[in-house]
Design a protein around this ligand. Structure first.
Ligand SMILES: Cc1cc2nc3c(=O)[nH]c(=O)nc-3n(C[C@H](O)[C@H](O)[C@H](O)COP(=O)(O)O)c2cc1C
Length: 335
């Protein structure tokens, strides 16, 4: 199951998608411990790197345990992309530098960045070739299939990216205008895989089970399968997929207790990485994802929306665990 992005060896096809606000070293090391082959970090702004914004430079931290790791940069101008990539290449312990050409949010696309670039194959070529030129590390691109259904240039753009010297391409099977609506089009991802002969292609979109992962991997022939939303609060999915691809066996779902234990571990890694205040703000969403579908989760989600300290979060988690264990006196209300 091993494959390579240039000289970087990757143990299996399972890849964690870059997710802004989520894929920091705390979450990434957890996902890596689940056996994930390749991890993408959340995107950083090229301009913020060039202007040496402290918060952005902190985001370039890589724990040796999570490698191989891809650090993703978003931007619009060739000059700032090049400067930022040079800095990341020399100062960040990542293995791969990824260029974001898929981000659909208006804050990014209104500045000609993210998915906006998909309308301009020549600009894509120019940016990728210029970044490849200044980096020692392999450079890859993550893109959507196109801007909207009238402007799907997936194959054309992918060929430009390959010709420009990129070392891999990841394709999210949606257009920019779809945002996260509708289904990812794995037919277009297969078209890209069939057209690209010299570098690996990673397919992305809607993978949420080991069976679906295996199906799209086999049907499209891609080298890697990238998983985003389904790993939120459920990093075990990566382990389940890796195991299923190797053995055709399904691993049992984690128990509620395991989920809560990992949530605490995640919170502690976040506190170490950031500070308690920021960690707890981020943990509000993670908690909601970890407990999704469990008995009483709706109440607990409401309870965590205001937590500010580890102590408050632990109190809620302990009460919730008692409730799940059948303790009728455990109160799942905001007190
Ligand atoms: C919260 C969130 C943040 C995201 N941030 C990024 C990002 O920083 N860079 C990027 O290329 N894609 C980003 N994406 C898109 C994902 O990488 C992925 O392409 C998309 O979620 C589709 O995969 P999925 O169906 O497995 O979730 C983000 C998605 C989500 C849900």
């Amino acid at each position: 199951m091993t494959w390579k992005i240039r000289e970087i060896e990757i143990d299996n096809p399972v890849v964690l998608a870059p997710m802004a606000g989520v894929c920091n070293a705390a979450f990434r090391t957890i996902v890596k411990e689940m056996g994930t082959g390749l991890i993408y970090a959340e995107m950083v702004s090229d301009k913020a790197v060039v202007y040496q914004n402290k918060k952005t430079l902190d985001m370039l931290y890589v724990d040796p345990a999570e490698r191989p790791l891809s650090m993703q940069i978003f931007g619009a101008d060739k000059e700032t992309f090049v400067e930022a990539a040079k800095y990341v290449d020399a100062n960040c312990d990542c293995d791969i530098i990824d260029i974001n050409m898929g981000c659909p949010v208006p804050k990014v696309t209104k500045n000609e960045a993210g998915a906006r670039l998909l309308l301009e194959p020549d600009k894509i070529y120019d940016i990728v070739a210029s970044v490849v030129d200044v980096c020692k590390k392999p450079v890859t691109v993550k893109m959507r299939t196109g801007w909207d259904k009238e402007h799907i240039y997936a194959v054309e753009n992918a060929l430009k990216i390959e010709q420009a010297g990129a070392s891999a391409i990841a394709v999210h099977g949606r257009t920019r205008s779809q945002m996260y609506e509708g289904k990812a089009d794995w037919g277009i991802i297969k078209d890209v895989k069939d057209a690209i002969k010299t570098i690996p292609v990673i397919g992305n979109g809607d993978i949420n089970s080991p069976e679906f992962a295996k199906k799209v991997l086999e049907e499209s022939g891609v080298d890697g399968i990238m998983i985003g939303r389904a790993a939120l609060g459920n990093p075990w999915l990566m382990k389940q997929i890796v195991h299923y691809l190797k053995t055709d066996e399904l691993i049992a779902e984690p128990s509620a207790e395991e989920k809560l234990r990992l949530a605490v571990d995640h919170m502690d890694r976040l506190i170490d990485l950031k500070c308690e205040k920021v960690a707890l703000l981020e943990m509000r969403s993670h908690m909601a994802w970890y407990i999704k579908g469990l008995d009483g989760a709706t109440h607990v989600k409401r309870m965590v929306t205001t937590v500010k300290t580890r102590e408050e979060m632990m109190d809620i988690i302990n009460r919730y665990q008692a409730y799940l264990n059948g303790d009728k006196s455990a109160r799942l209300v905001v007190e």
